[in-house]
Design a protein around this ligand. Sequence first.
Ligand code: ZN
Length: 477
Amino acid sequence: MATIARPSDATDSRTWDGAHADLIEHLRTLIRIPSVNPPPADGDGELLAAQAVAAMLADAGIPSEIVEPTPGRGSVAARVRGDGTGGGPLLLLSHLDVVPAPPERWTHDPFGADVSDGYVWGRGAVDMKGMVAMEVGVLRRLAAEALAAGRDPADDPIPGLTRDILFVCSADEEAGGQAGAGWIVEHRPELLQASGALNECGGVSVDFASHRFYPIGVAEKGYVAYRIVVHGTWGHGSMPRADNAAVRAAAIVTRLTEPGPTRLVPAMARFFAAVADEIGGATGDLVRRIASPDGDESEAAIAAACIDEMYGRAVRALLRDTASPNVIKAGVKYNVIPGVAEIEVDCRTLPGTDEAAMTAELRRRIGEPLLAHCEIEPFLSAPAVEAPHDTDLYRILEATLRDHDRSGVPVPVLAPFATDAKHLARLGVPTYGFSPLRLETGERFLERFHGVDERVGLDALRFGLPVLYDVVRRYCG
Ligand SMILES: [Zn+2]
């Protein structure tokens, strides 16, 4: 059988082990910098993290630039050169900020970066300093190859590279990116303008029905956040009334949580077809029924497939426009009937659902007569984004995963949440969720995002580093 040439095989495994050891130390350095978003007053965690990444690149001879639209909110950008004959650049996009981590329920210091039981522990280990360290590791390896060939990685093309590689590690992703990728798109688009981009949320193995899949992000849902003001009649708590605004708000909240109709978008149609074909048999048929346009049949199949509820929630969210009422405010005093209440609803939209369609769906769910007693105002929104799956870059992502894990099956997938890909879409850059990690069977990876005891496996990173290197070499070679 012919062996498939993997560019990473040109480097001996001792060198890769050394690069992996460096990656782990870089990840630990980044975890120990609490680049929490929202930052505390005068907080400069993102800037310190950007400076740390710049130092890791400089140590390998790669210059970089830090942009800081407001004090402390630093993003770092670099360009590694190819000879330009292969087309536009590949962008490696990541973010430096992390969500807060109250330490009470953690078994390790969230900013201690302990290495224990085969994992690096800490906030940002998976979202997404692990990927930052992996990208830095790939760039450092390429720089080392340039130096070995007598070239200066700061100015000269890397041997064999025909496209430039752009690297942007941004601030503020966790709060919408206006002080990070959003600002760069508006003010420094040349740092991001590429033929294709790799971003978080994809390429991580998932075990299901004794098969191992690697969902690659090809699309992500949009969002619309609404404020619903509910009107009632003020009164004395001793004489209850049906037009109590809090009572009406409660009824509205109940109606909003109705699951709503399912709709299979192209990315999910391909996802279910690929998973069903791979598994085959009765379980494969169940997977096909999850994709049914009949919501009841879909729900029954989710239950029958015994999907871990963690994935069940994700699957349900990927089949429909969702509405989650997350803030409810009403009342001024225990004995005063409130005349007004307010609900904030987080709606996540499938590709093809715009803000007007989402608003119409909310109105349908609320229905008369409640609709006559409320105003529905969107206050934040962004459309869904989709990247084509028939591109060279996507094919390289699939092929490279297969080359590194013969029994793994890459599948395209829609992400239920939003990332900085929203900003990149404004520049027309096709963006794929791809941060390759091979997990241990049964690891509850989705729960680690923003969760307690966030951690990433040493072996998972050892798998991912040469995968990412090969993707870069193949697309840019
Ligand atoms: Zn993230």
